[in-house]
Every structure is written in structure tokens, then in C-alpha cells.
Design a protein around this ligand. Structure first.
Ligand code: NAD
Length: 361
């Protein structure tokens, strides 16, 4: 039997509620007998601050290094919002990404047929959309030095951030994008601003060289990031995998996400070097406004777990089956409040998890 260990960091707000549905799903997988997923639990975010005074304890971090993959619910909430930045729940998540050097952030934007009307774009533009944005996550302008705000002494101040990338930083995220494209539509669009930025020119040259050397079988396009922002609205289905830097990826992945219309449906993954545990989490936050009410949509967390099965456990067939079950449940009109539509049946978080298991059966 194949076995894996999974660290579960439920976090705050709706995190524990949506993660409970993943636990149910893991129970179902383990009961089938051909795959065994062992679960460990750890604290992160506000829950860790309350227990240990820090948003991610060293002991939890060390355990995270030893597992095969990590599932995270969500962190944050008004209770901890006033603290210094390094004492806030979000600092725990940033520390985890940094310590594990999770440099590639994967954000799929999939439009489920049953939810096509939830998009702000016309159905004929987004129907069947299935794109994957690969964002560089640990370099670029969010981390580059020098940075800061300085007083120029004449009543003026100057704010500085530095956009900086090296060959290896570009190539390792490019490699992730090309390898993923080979398992999907076999096409990569690389986005930068090489028309006005040297770091963008280097990005284009390195991606081109990597493509030529190792991935000539994959179709490659280059696009300026501003054009990509427009094309995502004009004709999003032209894309398969988009690879881009930290800043442009931050913006383009949020734009692509909104083509799908619903925050409660969006999964993500953050991957590092081979052998590093991947981190899987929904895109949404801890939703304090609905926490504890059984209203949260668990599907983003469940779809994140499907990504974990696919990318960390190499269980693509099982991931496909779970994604198909999500389609089926939605097609049957089962909805949590956030994706409710006329004629559908509104259910709680746990009833959505049960419906998914029913469909898998
Ligand atoms: P949010 O994503 O928590 O919520 C935004 C809106 O979407 C809310 O109205 C919420 O009820 C709704 N929503 C989100 N997820 C949902 C789901 N699964 N089902 C149904 N409705 C859902 O964003 P926010 O309100 O800006 O932030 C709340 C807290 O979460 C803050 O502390 C923020 O810092 C934190 N946050 C954490 C993460 C993370 O853990 N990765 C991401 C974003 C925000």
C-alpha cells in the first residue's frame, strides 16, 4: 500500500470548518485500502498566537519539514488585527513559505459549467475555462534590496523597492510551468515587461533559453504583462499555463480568479524544490463574517487537497475523480450560500462535504 503523511494546519475562522470536510474525504480514501494518508495536526495563525504567542512555532515548522505535504485552512481575524506585522497570523504563513522556499505558486482558474453565470464575463467567453497561473513567489520586487522609505531632508521622502531576478530564480519557476504544461494543454505564456524593464528582458531571455534546451516540445508565447491583463478579459481561453513574476503574478492571478466568480471555489498550491513538501490552501481567507455558522463553502479547500493528491502524492486519477465529483455535485444543484442560484438547494458546509462523498460513492 502507498502511504503518505499530511500535515494539517487548519488555522482560524472558517479554516477548521472547511478542513473538517477534507478530513472526511481522507477518511473515505483511507477506508478504500489502496492508499493510506496519515494526518498530523499543527497550529498556525491566530490559533498558534493564542497557544504559544507566535504565529508559527519552531516545533510545528520542523514537523512541516518532515511530512510529504501540508494542507492549510486560512489564517487571520479581527482578534489579532492590531498586532505588529511579525506577530500577526499572516506572518505564520509567510514564514512557512519562506522557510520551505516555496518558490512556485500555482493558481488554477477553472469555470465549472454549473457556475458559468457567476462570472462577471459573458458565459460564451468563460465557458469551459481552465487555465493555470504559475507565479514566482519568493523573489522580485516584494523582496528585492534596497527597499525602504527615506527622508531626503528637504520636505521630500522617497520610497524604494527593487525588482530583481537571477537566472536560477527564473529558470526554476519556468521549469515548473513547462512541466505542468506537458500534463495539460502543452502551452506556456510567459509574461513580463521586457519593453521597459531589464529584469523583464532577462526573464524573457532565460525562459526562451530554457525552452530551447529542455522543453522545445511545449508551445511557448511571450506576452507583456499589461497585454496579458487585457487578454484575460478579452479571450481567456487562449491560455493554458501562464508563468510570471511575483508582482505581475499577484495581480494577474487575482484577475483570472475573478473570471470564475466565486472565492469559495478557488484552490492553490505552493511548490518548492523536489523533495520539499508542497503547501496546499484555498485562496480565500478566514471569513470571520461567517465563521462558526456552517455557511462556508468547503470546495476550495477540497480542490486544494485534490491538487495535493495530484502534485505531491502523484495520484492524478484520484484527483480527477474528486474534481469530477465537484462538477457532479454542482450540476445536481447542491450549493453553499456563496454560490447559491435560483432553483438550487442551499446546504451547510458539512452537507456539501457529505454530498461530495455521496457522489464519489
Ligand atoms: P476572506 O477571503 O476571508 O473573505 C472575503 C469574503 O468572502 C467574505 O464575505 C467571506 O464571507 C467570503 N468567503 C471567503 N471564503 C468563503 C468560503 N469558503 N465560503 C463562503 N464565503 C467565503 O477575506 P477578508 O475578509 O478580506 O479577510 C479575512 C481575514 O482572512 C483577514 O484576517 C485576512 O488577513 C485573512 N486572509 C487570509 C488568507 C490566507 O489565510 N491565505 C487569505 C486572505 C485573507
Amino acid at each position: 500500500m502507498t502511504s503518505f503523511t499530511l500535515m494539517i494546519l487548519s488555522g482560524d475562522g472558517i479554516g477548521p470548518e472547511t478542513m473538517a470536510e477534507v478530513r472526511k474525504l481522507i477518511g473515505w480514501i483511507n477506508a478504500r485500502g489502496d492508499l493510506k494518508i496519515g494526518m498530523q495536526d499543527g497550529l498556525i495563525g491566530g490559533a498558534a498566537i493564542d497557544a504559544h504567542g507566535v504565529p508559527l512555532g519552531d516545533e510545528t515548522l520542523e514537523r512541516c519539514r518532515t511530512v510529504d505535504a501540508i494542507m492549510l485552512g486560512a489564517v487571520g481575524g479581527p482578534k489579532w488585527a492590531g498586532a505588529a506585522y511579525d506577530k500577526r497570523p499572516e506572518a505564520g504563513l509567510l514564514k512557512l513559505r519562506k522557510e520551505l522556499d516555496l518558490f512556485a505558486n500555482l493558481r488554477p482558474a477553472i469555470v465549472f459549467d454549473a457556475l458559468v453565470e457567476a462570472s462577471t464575463l459573458k458565459a460564451e467567453i468563460v465557458k469551459g475555462l481552465d487555465i493555470l497561473i504559475v507565479r514566482e513567489l519568493t523573489g522580485g520586487v516584494y523582496f528585492g534590496e534596497p527597499r525602504g522609505i527615506e527622508d531626503l531632508g528637504n520636505g521630500e521622502r522617497r520610497g524604494v523597492n527593487t525588482q530583481v531576478y537571477t537566472t536560477s530564480e527564473i529558470r526554476r519557476v519556468g521549469r515548473v510551468a513547462f512541466e505542468l504544461a506537458r500534463k495539460r494543454g502543452n502551452k506556456v505564456t510567459s509574461c513580463e515587461k521586457s519593453n521597459v524593464m531589464e529584469s523583464g528582458l532577462l526573464w524573457r531571455e532565460e525562459i526562451t533559453a530554457l525552452h530551447k534546451a529542455e522543453f522545445a516540445d511545449v508551445a511557448l508565447d511571450h506576452m507583456y504583462a499589461d497585454n496579458c491583463a487585457m487578454q484575460l478579459l478579452r479571450n481567456p481561453r487562449q491560455f493554458d499555463v501562464i508563468v510570471t513574476d511575483n508582482l505581475f503574478g499577484d495581480i494577474l492571478s487575482d484577475e483570472a480568479a475573478m473570471l470564475t466568480g466565486s472565492l469559495g471555489m478557488l484552490p492553490s498550491a505552493s511548490l518548492g524544490a523536489p523533495g520539499t513538501p508542497g503547501l496546499y490552501e484555498p485562496v480565500h481567507g478566514s471569513a470571520p463574517d461567517i465563521a462558526g455558522q456552517g455557511k462556508a463553502n468547503p470546495l476550495a479547500t477540497i480542490l486544494s487537497f485534490a491538487m495535493c493528491l495530484r502534485y505531491s502524492f502523484d495520484q492524478g486519477a484520484l484527483a480527477d475523480r474528486i474534481e469530477r465529483a465537484v462538477h457532479d455535485v454542482l450540476n445536481a444543484g447542491t450549493r453553499t450560500a456563496d454560490i447559491m442560484a435560483p432553483g438550487c438547494r442551499e446546504v451547510s458546509t458539512s452537507a456539501m462535504g457529505d454530498a461530495l462523498l455521496g457522489s464519489l460513492e
